[in-house]
Design a protein around this ligand. Structure first.
Ligand code: ZN
Length: 445
């Protein structure tokens, strides 16, 4: 099978805009999408087999959108269930190596596009993508001895596939919940995203899953074992410098080295002072709201405006790129279930706003007495309404207002400017100085 386009790392950062796309597979406008890797026994799969269930590229109308599932089955003497998540994460990279094919996000959230140009060159079947994946997986991860790939584009079938996949993601996450940072000697690092965020290092601990939500501590450990020189590696945790912030000497050392000196220290459980950096694939964003001294959260699937008056995409351009940005933190939804969730900043006691759908999803993790005190889009769509809601409900954050009543504070001026190449809008909190403990907003000359 001769693939009609080029394949190489050079195409990794390629973005395909709406006007350039032939078709969109998955993405925010379709309900069913997802990807999954399963480890199989050697005799259970047929090496090199590629299947397309549902319409193939040549049967799709130009400019159309489709449900999409990518199902990869692998086998090999060293291939264990432990490695599934890590192999799954590589689907992202390998799809992006294909000229004119874009892959964003992970798990149940994938978003792919094929360019008109590549379609024009003859890339008219998903079998070419399957062939590229098989070749790359075998070349990069020699432990994979057999591999077969199934693409699903039939909506009903994708729905069934994703329903099953969600159970498997949940089982992976549940396993890591039983462990905590105190129980282990090593954490794991991930630099898979350095191709577009060169100073970003993801630190994965039992209390902190990767910010994309797809690699937990067990997955990191499995990856580092089979490929210690690869993008996932062990981080000896070293000394505990600060328990509340979650600062470890071993983490700081690795962050310094792997961020090329750009960052010196990481607080694993705070969004202030020395927060963890964010690449671009975070599932959600925690953002500080100085007017109420609280923290809002928005997830990628939420398309409306946040209580800040801007959507996820706008906050994302401010958060990502591998820089430490106080008051903006990219994180996994699963991290909200961590017993150490933003513990230095007050944890759930500090969360004041999040979309209803994600609030319901993490209901088991929200302290019962707080649940009704945290606003959603139904309770507040701007800061004034939020302030009123929090006061009325007696949210614990209101206690922080005593020293500087919010009425007396001048709201920071939001400057909206185009973010150039990113195509989005960048928000700059002008005249505002964010402070972790109290509401202090000063004019800055
Ligand atoms: Zn990333």
């Amino acid at each position: 099978m001769e693939i009609p386009v080029e394949i190489g790392v050079v195409y990794e950062g390629e973005r395909i805009r709406k006007g350039e796309m032939h078709v969109e597979l998955g993405g925010p406008k379709v309900k069913a999408k997802g990807e999954l890797v399963r480890a199989r026994k050697m005799d259970e799969i047929k090496d090199g087999k590629i299947e397309v269930k549902g319409p193939d590229l040549s049967e799709m109308e130009e400019g159309s959108r489709h449900s999409f599932g990518i199902f990869v089955e692998v086998a090999g003497k060293q291939v264990e269930e432990d490695l599934e998540a890590v192999i799954e994460r590589r689907i992202h990279d390998y799809c992006n190596y294909v000229e004119g094919f874009m892959h964003l996000n992970q798990r149940y959230d994938i978003w792919c596009r094929l360019s008109k140009k590549s379609y024009g060159k003859g890339f008219n079947t998903l079998r070419y993508l399957g062939d590229a994946l098989i070749t790359l997986f075998k070349a990069e991860l020699p432990i994979i001895e057999k591999i077969q790939v199934t693409f699903i584009t039939d909506e009903k079938r994708v729905e069934d596939f994703v329903r099953n996949a969600r159970k498997i993601y949940e089982a992976r996450d549940a396993r890591a919940r039983a462990l905590s940072e105190e129980d282990v000697k090593e954490f794991y690092g991930c630099v898979l995203c350095q191709s577009f965020a060169p100073t970003h290092v993801c630190v994965i601990t039992p209390d902190r899953i990767s910010l994309c939500g797809s690699i937990n501590w067990f997955d990191g450990r499995a990856a580092a074992r089979v490929d210690p020189k690869g993008p996932n590696f062990a981080i000896p945790k070293g000394e505990l410098i600060d328990e509340t912030n979650g600062e470890y000497s071993g983490v700081n050392e690795v962050v310094r080295e792997r961020s090329l000196g750009e960052n010196e220290r990481f607080y694993l459980h705070s969004m202030f002072s020395s927060p963890h950096t964010s690449c671009g694939c975070f599932e959600s964003i925690a953002f500080y709201i100085p007017e109420v001294a609280g923290i809002g959260i928005v997830h990628r699937d939420y398309s409306g405006d946040t209580v800040m008056g801007v959507p996820f995409s706008t906050l994302a351009t401010q958060t990502g790129g591998g820089k430490q940005i106080e008051g903006f933190l990219g994180m996994a939804i699963e991290y909200m279930r961590s017993p150490k969730f933003l513990q230095a900043d007050g944890g759930w006691n500090r969360i004041v706003w999040l979309p209803k759908s994600v609030k319901e999803r993490v209901k088991d993790a929200v302290p019962g007495e707080l649940y009704d005190k945290i606003a959603t889009e139904d309770d507040a769509t701007d800061i004034v309404a939020l302030k009123e809601f929090l006061r009325e409900k007696g949210h614990p954050v209101v206690e922080r207002w005593v020293e500087a009543p919010p009425e007396a504070i001048e709201a920071p001026e939001l400057e909206v400017m185009p973010a150039g190449a990113a195509g989005g809008i960048k928000i700059i909190l002008k005249n505002a100085k964010i402070h972790a403990e109290k509401v202090i907003i000063k004019r800055v000359k």
